[in-house]
Ligand binder design. Structure first.
Ligand SMILES: [Zn+2]
Length: 216
């Protein structure tokens, strides 16, 4: 048999012409832009032929850098409690962890943590996912602080218990105070009780002083 050139199994570059070719220069530029944060999600969507998401939020390059959370996360306040839940379309009334910033409900604590650390939540908080690059001095200061913390004498068990109890009591007192204030507020807002004039009218009609209600 004679050798055939360009046979069925003969693979040459010409056979793959139908394949999509990547413009290396363009994609390199695009990757660089993305790294520098010039390209936002909307731009990427537009390039893919999609519509830009309608929002008046600034692109991520104009948003604040990511900051550490300062408030404590409360995951356990409803632990072991029974709560009556009504069918509702309003997110804040649904069972689960409610995020006020995004007005959404997450069903468990793990996903709630994922949510509040996630991109869309941070965007709603006005932050991008970019982190400030620490300087050498900042790192040094941090290490120093940690060293000092290690060298601090540790409290013994009893002292720690005492401190925890104190904190607990303080929290309880604060809660009580809050409750009292709420009650007071509600009382002030409620209209004064209407005197039972009907009773008096009927009573005088029937010829006696009154039914003797407990209302005064
Ligand atoms: Zn959120």
């Amino acid at each position: 048999m004679s050798e055939k050139k360009g046979g069925y199994y003969d693979s040459s570059a010409g056979d793959t012409n139908f394949r999509r070719k990547w413009d290396r220069a363009e994609y390199e530029q695009r990757a660089k832009d993305r790294e520098r944060g010039i390209l936002d999600k909307d731009d990427q969507r537009k390039r893919k032929g999609g519509k830009p998401k309608e929002s008046d939020e600034p692109p991520s390059s104009e948003r604040e850098l990511l900051k550490a959370r300062e408030e404590a996360i409360d995951l356990t306040s409803n632990l072991n409690k029974t709560v009556v839940v009504q069918a509702s379309n309003i997110a804040s009334r649904q069972p689960g962890y409610y995020c006020e910033v995004c007005d959404c409900v997450v069903k468990d604590s793990v996903n709630y943590l994922d949510h509040i650390n996630g991109r869309s939540h941070q965007r709603n908080m006005g932050m991008s996912m970019r982190v400030e690059r620490s300087t050498v001095d900042q790192v040094r200061a941090r290490l120093e602080a940690l060293k000092r913390k290690v060298n601090e004498p540790e409290l013994d068990f009893d002292a720690r218990i005492e401190r925890a109890q104190k904190e607990d009591e303080e929290e309880k007192r604060a809660r009580k105070r809050e409750k009292k204030e709420r009650k007071k507020k509600r009382k002030e807002e409620a209209p004064p009780e209407v005197a039972a004039t009907d009773d008096i009218d009927i009573a005088s009609m029937m010829g006696f002083g009154g039914f003797g209600t407990s209302k005064k």
